[in-house]
Structure formats: C-alpha cells, structure tokens
Design a protein around this ligand. Structure first.
Ligand SMILES: CC1=C(CCC(=O)O)c2cc3nc(cc4[nH]c(cc5[nH]c(cc1n2)c(C)c5CCC(=O)O)c(CCC(=O)O)c4C)C(CCC(=O)O)=C3C
Ligand SMILES: [Fe+2]
Length: 411
C-alpha cells in the first residue's frame, strides 16, 4: 500500500496568542543574514572553538573532541560556503522580484563578524536593517543570542540609536522552510523502502522516521518562548520541543500519515551532570533496533535534520558520520534527508518573510503570514524576558518593552 503524498497544509490564519508580537511594517534599506560562522582552515579551528565557547562552561575534553570533527574536514566547516551561496541566492531572488534591498552577511563566531558588518552597513549609508538568522526555532542559542549579538554589537560600535536592526520572526513553521523537508522525506522514504525490498510499503512497520535536532540544556528549553507576563503551556514542556513536534507532525501528515516517527537529539555538549534534551539519536537507534515497547524492531530509518538550515558540521559529522555509522553497526538501512540549503522554495520563503515586514506589503501583513503549525506565525518581536540568558542579561534587539523592540511599532 503506497499512500501518495499530500501537500503540506498551510494556514494564513491569525494566531490570537502571537498576534501581540506582530510588528508594524517599516521601510528597510538592507537585509542582514546572520549566522554562526565556522573555521576556514586548520589554524582557525581552536580560535573558532574559543569564540563559540567563551564563557559558556564547555569542558576542555569536549572542545578537544569537537576539534577532531573539524580537523577531519581539513579544518574547514562547510557553513561559510553555504552561507555565501545562500546570500547569492537571496540576492538573485530579491532582484527577480524587483525588491531593491542589499544583503549583508555577518557571523557570531567567525569572520565576517557581526560588529564589523554593522559598521560596514552604516558606512554604506544603511540606517534600518532587517535581520534573518540561519536559526529557526525558539531557544537562547537560536533566537535571543542573535538578538544579543546585535544589541551588544550596536553598543560596542557606538551605533546604538543610529542604526536600527529588526528581525524576522522565527520561521520554523514557514512553508518555505518545511516544504523542502517534505520533499526530502518523501524521497528518503522511497529509498529506504527500496533498500528493504519493499517499494510497495509492505515493510513500513519496520521503518521509523527520526527527526533530529540540536540538543540544548533542559533549562534553556524550559525558558524558550516564555514571558513572565504571558504564561503559556507547551507540548513537551517547552516551545523548542513543541515547535519541533508540531513541524514533524505537519511533515508526516504530508508524507506518510501512518508511519511511526520520533523526535531525537544530537550534538550534546556541556558538563555531564547538567541535563540536556534526550534521547540522543545514537542511543535511540540502539533502542529501536531491538524493538521498543509494542513497536517491532526497526530495519530502516529516514533521518530528517529538522533543526538545521544547511548541511553544516552538525549535520556532516553528527548525522552523516556518527549516526549513519551507528546505523551500519546495527544493520539498519538509513537515508539522511537534505536540509533546505538553497532550495528554491526556501529562498523564496525567506524573501516572503522579508516582504511581511516591508511597508510595500502593508495591505496584507496580517493575512499573508503563512505557517504550517498552530504555534505560528511566531512573534516578530519577542515577549519580555523570552529565552532568558541565565548567564547574565545583555542588551538585545527585537524585544517588546525595550527601545529597540518598541521602535518596530509593536504594542
Ligand atoms: C540550538 C543550536 C543550534 C541550532 C540552531 C542554529 O543552527 O543556530 C546550533 C547550531 C550550531 N552549532 C554549531 C557549532 C557548535 N555549537 C557548540 C555548542 C552549542 N550549541 C548549542 C546549541 C545550538 N547550536 C548549545 C546550547 C551549545 C553549548 C554551548 C553554548 O551554550 O553556547 C559548539 C561548541 C562545542 C560543542 O559543544 O559542540 C560548536 C562548535 C554550528 C556550526 C557548525 C559548523 O561549523 O558547520 C551550528 C550551525
Ligand atoms: Fe551548536
């Protein structure tokens, strides 16, 4: 029995909960593509890792271990090349749609760094910037930390009050991000079925779809998407988990509604006694290979890197090297689905996200904010205290109740 895939269900309904965080449209004169950054050669590896972990309490052994992942790739992370490609694709899509906005690129942890990029933008005469990050869910590392990167950079460069930076909503459930996963999961499932000699789906009970994302400390997960003033309950206990579960469900509904799936985590770091989200993908593969609970032993998996925008090191090492090796050892047929990368629909979706916020679009900002889960469309401007930084408050943009947040015209 082969169920033919249905289209992703996209809604443009207004979400009464997140509506309070919708920003008024504005006139922007530039786009900032903000990302993580990565080393470009062996000599960069240690300085890069020091940048990433500055003040974050990552044990030396973990750094040593992670440096080997980068060393095995010649000291070069794929992430910078992927961001150069994404920037070029964004420029092409903006030009094709007649939108006159230059795109700049700045990173948290490697050259070109965010503060230098902001200085260059200001020097080029830019005054009001819309930021898109390569990080789509809600948690400290993916949302607030970018808002702080800008807040701190504006303060350090003396550009605070002279250069204004807003940020597009976390776009985990934008169809442009999700549709490429639907396509990839459909193709991946077909390949796993074939590898099991069951193209007709007759062995689907032995196939599991594993949605993989970055583990984070449970304390950060608990704080994700929360505001003291607006308490909310989230499935799985946090917005970070709930967003992934909701996305996975939307993808499965479009690809194979009757197939079993799980959300799993990867790339844990930090001290062992600090709890992070579980299960780890490798532990979970071992568990399901033997049959977990009522479910039969798994012989094939489709690994969907749902937490990531491009095939960077967390994908290339933790999934393609480690998790696929675990599958081989366990005799499980496995396919890893591509990330959105520069998929046409993804790039077009990013431009749609820009359009939501530009004044040309003022007629339809309310209605045309597509989302594929009931959690979205997420807040354009975060609620006060959202994704708290437990290591000490820093200035952050795009937060209601702050100068930078209210500047966007938010209630
Ligand atoms: C949620 C999340 C994403 C997904 C969202 C997003 O994509 O942004 C992500 C992405 C990435 N993480 C990356 C690399 C690293 N992350 C680290 C450490 C950490 N990540 C965390 C969270 C996340 N990280 C956390 C809570 C830590 C602990 C330390 C801390 O609290 O800050 C470390 C230190 C060593 C280690 O512990 O592994 C490295 C080297 C790269 C670059 C890959 C490349 O080079 O191609 C990318 C895209
Ligand atoms: Fe990370």
């Amino acid at each position: 029995m082969t169920a033919s895939p249905v289209a992703l269900a996209v809604s443009t309904a207004v979400n009464p909960v997140t509506e309070a965080g919708r920003a008024a449209p504005a006139v922007y004169d530039a786009v900032l593509l903000a990302s993580f950054g990565g080393p470009e050669g062996q000599d960069d590896v240690i300085p890069f890792l020091r940048n990433v972990t500055r003040g974050r309490g990552i044990p030396d052994e973990r750094l040593e271990e992670v440096s080997h992942h980068y060393r095995a790739f010649g000291g070069v992370s794929p992430i910078n090349a992927q961001n150069r490609e994404l920037k070029a694709a964004l420029e092409a899509e903006l030009a094709a749609r007649g939108i006159d906005l230059p795109v700049y690129w700045g990173n948290r942890n490697w050259d070109p760094y965010i503060p230098e990029t902001l200085e260059r933008m200001y020097g080029d005469g830019r005054r009001r910037v819309l930021m898109i990050t390569t990080s789509v869910y809600s948690c400290y590392s993916s949302c607030r930390q970018y808002r702080e990167d800008i807040g701190v950079a504006l303060a350090e460069t003396g550009l605070a009050g002279r250069l204004e930076v807003d940020k597009v909503r976390q776009y985990f459930d934008h169809p442009g991000f999700v549709a490429p996963f639907v396509e990839g999961t459909t193709a991946g499932l077909a390949r796993v079925r074939e590898a099991l000699g069951a193209a007709d789906g007759s062995r689907d009970a032995e196939i599991r779809v594993l949605f993989a994302t970055h583990s984070i400390p449970t304390r950060d997960a608990d704080a994700a998407g929360r505001s003291a003033g607006e308490p909310r309950e989230f499935e799985g206990g946090s917005a970070y988990v709930a967003q992934h579960l909701a996305n996975a469900r939307a993808i499965m509904a479009a690809v194979a509604p009757s197939l079993e799936w799980d959300l799993v985590y990867q790339s844990r770091s930090g001290a062992p006694h600090i709890p992070w989200l579980e299960p780890d993908i490798n532990d979970h593969l071992e568990a399901i290979a033997g049959g977990d609970g009522e479910r039969p032993a798994v012989k094939g998996v489709v690994i969907v890197p749902l937490g990531f925008v491009s095939d960077h090191m967390e994908v290339a090492w933790d999934l393609d090297t480690e998790a696929l090796e675990t599958c081989r050892e366990l005799g499980i047929e496995a396919v890893r689905v591509p990330t959105p990368g520069v998929h046409r629909e993804f790039v077009a979706g990013l431009v749609d996200l820009i359009r939501e916020r530009t004044s040309e679009n003022s007629e339809n900002t309310v209605a045309e904010r597509p989302h594929v889960t009931e959690l979205g469309p997420w807040y354009d401007v975060c609620r006060p205290g959202c994704c708290e930084n437990f290591r000490g408050a820093k200035p952050a943009i795009a937060e209601a109740g702050t100068a930078a947040g209210t500047a966007a015209g938010v209630s």
